[in-house]
Write a protein that binds this ligand. Structure first.
Ligand SMILES: [Cu+2]
Length: 146
């Protein structure tokens, strides 16, 4: 189970991050500052290499432990292959969680994956979208825990 991956890899990190990084995130407002993608309400757009990519996750609200569809749309840029997404949490070492996308239309890539529930209770997640031939785009957003 992915929960276990998160648990096992986070046990030692948790001991430190809950009291140090976790506290810092909560107390000085850094959490709000590093969110750069309002994924609960709209797709997130990033200018890259003379064009732009649009990143989206459905269905909304975007929840942990639910089957999610990840989508990347490339406009004005040609990717040399389908994007791969690494899911993680800022300031926290999580187990590997990668979503591989497939082209479903011209410039449109989709794949399915799951965002796990972090035992620390923190809801801030980061998607690092690897764009072949272009580079990485990072999206930091909040997910919903039921
Ligand atoms: Cu975590």
């Amino acid at each position: 189970m992915k929960v276990c991956t998160c648990l096992v890899s986070s046990i030692f990190v948790l001991m430190f991050s809950v009291y140090s990084a976790g506290a810092a995130f909560a107390s000085d407002g850094k959490t709000e500052g590093i969110i750069n993608c309002d994924i609960q309400n709209q797709p997130c757009v990033r200018q890259v290499a003379g064009g732009r990519i649009t990143f989206d996750i459905r269905p909304k609200p975007v929840k942990a432990m639910a089957d999610l569809t990840f989508e990347v749309k490339a406009e004005g840029v040609n990717l040399s292959g389908p994007p791969v997404i690494d899911l993680g949490m800022p300031g926290m070492k999580m187990g590997p969680n990668q979503v591989k996308l497939k082209m479903t239309d011209t410039g449109l890539y989709q794949g399915t994956g799951i965002i796990v529930r972090c035992p620390s209770g923190r809801t801030l997640w980061q998607a690092t979208v690897h764009l072949p031939g272009i580079g990485d785009a990072e999206f930091v957003f909040d997910v919903v825990y039921d």
